[in-house]
Design a protein around this ligand. Structure first.
Ligand SMILES: *[C@@H]1O[C@H](CO)[C@@H](O)[C@H](O)[C@H]1NC(C)=O
Length: 250
């Protein structure tokens, strides 16, 4: 496999530490020279723009923009460097060719695992208890670990789409080339209704659906058991009391 000459945006950082510190001393300074190469791809490699930035201690002092074709100074010092570099035909030609030798070259290599990266979402439905709202809680549909970001999540109730009462977070990038989204149904789920969360994503051939139904009502059955036990207790109490009074009177 060909070697990657740099990623889409390359950082080359040279850090020079001032006077190495003796034990317990502070550094006298940090001197940082940075070079950033940005490749901008518009519609694949149909239109490519290269921007190279030269930065010293966080200040950009010179840049090269392939739309311009020469070095441009951004500070008085940078203007001097730009005049020098622009007078060297070899450097200029290198940078002008870099759109092809660097940007287009790398695009072909990194495309399989960047532009073409497809990771399907893991979808699940959970019942989130809500203390501020009445009812058993709210249904939350989570789409996790997918890539790229564009995604569509819909809620259905017995097969009918619920376009309202749906609140979604933004699609959140996790920082590891995956994204997350949460979509809440803003109404209490009802018994006997099937709720479905449907996710469409470029990684999926068909929309992905998860279904949810209210589980058997354990609270109500506990109440029934409690009431039944209480009634049974009352019956025995009455029987015992009656028996006692009957014994006493006879
Ligand atoms: C994108 O590039 C392709 C060729 O690579 C071209 O056929 C298509 O028309 C371009 N699309 C746009 C929107 O410019």
């Amino acid at each position: 496999m060909e070697r990657v000459r740099g990623a889409g945006a390359v950082l080359a950082v040279l850090v020079v530490l001032g006077a190495p510190p003796a034990a317990g001393e502070e550094l006298s300074g940090v001197f940082q020279e940075m070079l950033k190469g940005e490749c901008h791809f518009i519609n694949g490699t149909e239109q490519v723009r290269l921007v190279v930035r030269k930065i010293y201690n966080r200040e950009q002092y010179m840049h090269f923009d392939s739309d311009v074709g020469v070095f441009v100074g951004d500070t008085p010092y940078g203007e001097k460097v730009a005049r020098n570099w622009n007078s060297q035909q070899e450097i200029l030609e290198d940078y002008r060719a870099a759109m092809d030798t660097f940007c287009r070259h790398n695009y072909e290599i990194i495309t399989p695992f960047t532009v073409n990266r497809r990771v399907p979402p893991s979808v699940s439905i959970s019942l989130v208890p809500s203390s501020s709202q009445p009812g058993p809680g709210r249904l939350l549909c989570s789409g996790m670990d997918f890539y790229p970001a564009p995604v569509q999540v819909r809620w259905f109730q017995d097969g009918q789409e619920l376009p309202e009462h749906v609140v979604a977070t933004d699609v959140v990038p996790s920082g590891d080339w995956s994204c997350q989204v949460l979509v809440m149904l803003e109404m209490p789920p009802r018994r006997g209704v099937t709720y479905s969360c449907q996710v469409e994503h470029v990684s999926l051939e068909h929309p992905l659906s998860r279904h949810w139904e209210m589980p058997p009502d354990t609270v109500r059955s506990k109440i029934l058991v409690g009431v039944g036990g209480f009634v049974l207790g009352l019956v025995f109490l009455a029987l015992g009391l009656g028996f006692y009074l009957w014994e006493k009177s006879s």
